[in-house]
Design a protein around this ligand. Structure first.
Ligand SMILES: [Zn+2]
Length: 373
């Protein structure tokens, strides 16, 4: 109405002309409400692909999947049952829950997940209650054996982003290669308990937080560049290598592709050198899908050492996104919300035998090594 009033003589135009003028004015008003590229923030950028190319929905994994990397996303038996429904819809046969728990907390979780013994394996943590005390390792080994008897099928997630797994009584940080942990890693080898280990973080978290940072969206959120007293990326890679090398009888799964998704040649060299080292792809789908050809080449070559994992909650969309990235040749799509990347992504289109290995065979081979007590 306001528009009409401000248009003297408008009544003299034909109905069609009037509609056209009104539409133009509405467009102009909309444009004014839009942000100028001069003020639009990178975090608000939500590009919509324009390409007339296939968009493939993959509701279910091509082969029954073993999800090697989740956490306690269900806290009651009812939530566990809901999760199983989502797993059924997604074609996930089995889920590894990295509880990081010991003692009564671990036992309580076993009870919560007890109704579905074939669908979930719970992995325990390391008892750190005596960290820094002379009987630390002895106590931790005893609790590890107890958790194993109570049903733990592995250990994890053991996380060190540079400030240590935990601190000793003296306040000093204990990294995975600390000799004080040797008896624990050795015991994991004896019991055939694989260890899921998270070392360092994505490389851009260490870089300058400026316009040159290729992963700025996530880098800023997870930034490490402002923590001067941590062990930096290279130091953490050395710690990982020393740990894996010193315990050849223990299986280590460096999760998130050991944060070497940006240098898969280097990751391949590590896998070539240490047969007890494995990796999972959890929470690195965006990274893999930003370099689909290099990623596919790596995964085809190392499928026997790489395992599927999610690490992003138990929502159906988490599974679907991961399947689309691994299975399809879709191009130029975005998963900004939830993944928080502003890169455009492309599917890897992995061949069937490779998908089967990564989704299940490699994991099942590993799992089968751990006998039920
Ligand atoms: Zn995790």
């Amino acid at each position: 109405m306001a528009v009409k009033k401000s248009m003297p003589g408008c009544a003299g135009y034909s109905r069609a002309t009037r509609a056209a003028v009104l539409a133009t004015l509405a467009l102009a008003a909309g444009a004014a409400a839009q942000k100028s590229p001069e003020t639009l923030l990178l975090k608000d950028y939500r590009p919509v692909p324009i390409h007339k190319i296939p968009v493939t929905e993959v509701p279910k994994a091509k082969y029954p999947a073993v999800d090697m990397h989740t956490h306690v996303y269900a806290k009651t038996p009812e939530e566990v049952a809901e999760w199983v429904k989502t797993m059924d819809a997604a074609g996930t046969e089995k889920t590894i829950v990295l509880t990081g728990a010991t003692g009564e907390r671990f036992d309580a979780l076993q009870r919560i997940y007890a109704k579905f013994p074939d669908r979930f394996d719970l992995w325990c943590g390391i008892d750190r209650s005596r960290a820094g005390q002379p009987d630390f390792a002895e106590t931790a080994v005893r609790e590890l054996e107890r958790c194993f008897r109570a049903g733990a099928r592995g250990v994890g997630e053991i996380s060190d982003k540079g400030s240590g797994i935990f601190r000793g009584a003296d306040g000093a940080r204990i990294h995975p290669d600390d000799p004080r942990l040797d008896p624990i890693w050795r015991k994991c080898g004896e019991l055939n308990l694989p260890v899921n280990i998270h070392v360092a973080d994505p490389i851009w978290a260490y870089g300058p937080m400026d316009e040159t940072n290729d992963g700025l969206m996530n880098a800023f959120k997870w930034r490490l560049d402002d923590k001067p007293d941590i062990v930096k990326f290279e130091g953490m890679m050395e710690i990982l290598e020393r740990t894996v090398k010193r315990h050849p009888g223990t299986i280590f799964i460096a999760c998130h592709l050991a944060n070497l998704d940006f240098d898969l040649t280097r990751l391949g060299r590590l896998l070539d050198t240490y047969p007890n080292l494995y990796v999972d792809v959890s929470a690195r789908f965006g990274e893999l899908a930003s370099t689909p050809r290099a990623s596919a080449k790596f995964l085809i070559q190392y499928a026997g050492r790489v395992m599927y994992g999610t690490d992003q909650g138990r929502m159906e969309r988490v599974y679907r996104r991961s399947f689309r990235i691994l299975e399809t040749l879709d191009e130029h799509f975005y998963y900004i919300d939830g993944f928080n990347y502003h890169w455009n992504l492309s599917g890897l289109g992995l061949p069937d035998p490779v998908l089967k290995q990564i989704y299940r065979d490699t994991a099942l081979r590993l799992i089968a090594r751990t006998p039920r007590p």
